[in-house]
Ligand binder design. Structure first.
Ligand code: NAD
Length: 325
């Protein structure tokens, strides 16, 4: 069945996602304030609209793929989308935004007589182009059922995670695991190196032992063991470090707001914020291994907080062998 979709935000992700909706036979009205983005989408069969509200006024579904919650809320409210749309329009926000902003967007849409679903994605630009994204959705059963065929046209997996904001919650929790585990894997490679252990040896053991994880076996931060990982192409993204910094920042905000003790999550957010502002600005997030290596080579004085001095023997230490886990 053909659906008329207003697609707002035709950037790195939104452009190819809108193109896949066109390929699936939907009628897509697009808007982006950047003329090049609008022109590229038009080349893929998206009908350019004069404004976001003009697109929303014609649509059954309004899909947003914007940088942050600020833009989503501004477009819904002051931008006039909710006022411009026909009653009962389904608003699907695929941007990665704060859980609290997402819930506010749901409330605003429902309060204006519409329906809402949050549906952030995982899979990056490659997944957007190949229509292999994973969607994590939050909202009512009926809203999910109405949006699912559209999401399925842009992705490979669509998961209904719960009520309003649940998709955003799933996204930031997953990416907090990923950010922390990438730092852990990177630190392990640098430590192994200092102990005379080769990257290959650590990889062969950890990938078949309890250290196994996606950050190691798919996005391995050192070149060699996983030929397709960004480390083999000078850390060209992949998943860009600034996006990881953004997602960890959202997780940190949510943890602070909820009084949750995510000690490693906060530390990972600080490390990625520093990396993304410097060398990592246009690198894959796995490139953080290089800053860990550089700080290690520079010595304890250069380490964040200067906390890493020579290791003193632990007076409590027993010589019994720890059980292998
Ligand atoms: N790029 C990735 O790999 C990736 C992966 C997963 C999730 N995400 C998330 O997807 C979202 C979009 O990411 P992106 O990489 O496409 O960003 P992007 O900056 O390339 O695209 C965002 C687009 O929104 C447009 N925009 C801003 N204000 C607008 C408005 N008022 N009306 C219409 N368009 C407007 C911008 O001009 C821009 O073209 C972000 O929330 C990001 O965190 C990105």
């Amino acid at each position: 069945m053909t659906t008329t979709v207003a697609f707002l935000g035709l950037g790195h992700m939104g452009g190819p996602m809108a193109a896949n909706l066109v390929k699936a036979g939907h009628s897509v009205l697009g808007y982006d304030p950047v003329p090049e983005a609008l022109a590229a989408a038009a080349g893929a069969g998206v009908e350019p609209a004069a404004s976001a509200t003009a697109a929303a006024a014609e649509a059954e579904v309004v899909l947003t793929m914007l940088p942050a919650g600020r833009q989503v809320l501004a477009l819904y409210g002051e931008g006039g989308l909710l006022a411009a749309a026909r009653p009962g329009t389904l608003f699907v926000d695929c941007s990665t935004i704060d859980v609290a902003d997402s819930r506010a967007a749901h409330r605003a849409a429902v309060g204006a007589g519409h329906r809402a679903l949050d549906a952030p994605v995982s899979g990056g630009v490659t997944g957007a182009e190949a229509a292999t994204l994973t969607f994590m959705a939050g909202g009512g059963e009926a809203e999910f059922a109405a949006a699912e065929p559209l999401l399925a046209a842009m992705g490979r997996k669509v998961v209904h995670c719960g009520g309003a904001g649940a998709g955003q919650a799933a996204k930031i929790c997953n990416n907090m695991i990923l950010g922390i585990s990438m730092i852990a894997v990177s630190e392990a490679f640098v430590l192994a190196d200092s102990l005379g252990l080769s990257d290959r040896a650590l990889f062969d053991v950890a990938s078949a032992a309890s250290g196994q994880c996606w950050a190691l076996t798919v996005n391995c931060p050192v070149p060699g063991p996983v030929p397709g990982s960004p480390a083999n192409r000078d850390y060209r993204p992949g998943f860009a470090a600034p996006l990881m910094a953004k997602d960890l920042g959202l997780a940190a905000d949510a943890a602070r707001a909820g009084g949750v003790d995510t000690e490693l999550g906060l530390r990972a957010a600080a490390l990625y914020a520093a990396y993304a502002e410097g060398e990592g600005a246009d690198r894959d997030f796995s490139g953080i291994v290089r800053s860990i290596r550089a700080r290690s080579a520079a010595g304890p004085a250069r380490r964040p907080g200067g906390q890493a001095g020579p290791v003193q023997p632990d007076p409590q230490h027993h010589d019994e062998k720890d059980e292998l886990t």
